[in-house]
Design a protein around this ligand. Sequence first.
Ligand SMILES: [Zn+2]
Length: 392
Amino acid sequence: MKPAFFCVRIKKMLEFKVTKKSKRSQARLGFLKTKHGVVETPCLVPVATQAVVKTLTAKEVKESKSQILICNTYHLHLKPGEGIIKSAGGLHQFMNWSGALMTDSGGFQVFSLGFGRDFGVGKILKEKMGKDKISLGQQPSLLKITQDGVYFRSFIDGRQIFLGPKESIKIQEKLGADIIFAFDECTSPMANYQYTKKSLEKTHRWAKECLVLKSRSDQSLFGIVQGGRFKDLRIKSARFLSSLDFDGFGIGGEFGDDKKKMMTMLNWVVKELPQEKPRHLLGIGYPEDIPQIIKRGADLFDCNVPTHYARRGVAFVSNGRLNIGQAKFLKDKNPLDKKCSCFVCQNYKRNYLCHLIRAKEITGLKLLTCHNLYFFHSLVEKIKKDIKNNKI
Ligand SMILES: [Zn+2]
């Protein structure tokens, strides 16, 4: 018989405990204890790419019910540079955020600035664009992927930058987040089997190197499962990484809008990963995806949708989305969402928010960001209740 919950002390700085496991799915409740506070899981991790959740202060981020943020290693390396952040006392102090922090490894940029850009797909790949368009030996036009790492051109001044496992770990150690990720190649869904297989071998080699290279004992290191859309590669990756001494696991890869494939991939991977360690799904999408990925066993997941859409004038509400800048909302005296208890919905009406967006006032973007984050976190809380009550 399986135990009702698992408890493990992961090194000194990270403790993860599963407090309830659903009988109906892979969903589970738990908490992650870091040096900067406890994160209750499942948990949405808002994106603070440049050491800021765009438009918000740290206090406002906290008030939106955020527990942990993820910053971007590649962007912070370019601007302002990890040396500046280290001398400011590390990321937490630099950005005045007392909660837990993660940094990604820079591996996603290998995709987004590489084949993602070449094929103009980024996060919105259409299935019809075709598979197997990238084969073994092929290189993206703007960067060069070698056995040791990736050569980028800085988008700021054009200078050449090299990122490999060593550079990524070194930068992340200087930044000082609680959880850091091993350097990987995030493969495109358009890559064929041979390309993905070779890329995975490299990612696994880099994962081992990152474990050896890591020198700070107050940070936790997560390995990243890759393997594209191929079942045998995904299983191989999950098993291989599970055999190594990682504190938790990221599940990476790009699926564009092929949600079905992403969910299938999660089914393959989650059963191979150790139950007692946390799993982080890297970069997910919309409110409707959240229950699905939690049911499949994701404990953490980062998502830029609430903040990104807010800055484009979109509010997420109980019955869908509102393009709040549309003129019809100028006469609407309702809050964004009657069921939402965020401070925006308690204090502002759609008419005023509509005016702010139309007048291109920064405060409008800030208020929508606050609401969207609160709305997404509330959605996760509702799912947590459902897990507790054995509904999912
Ligand atoms: Zn609200």
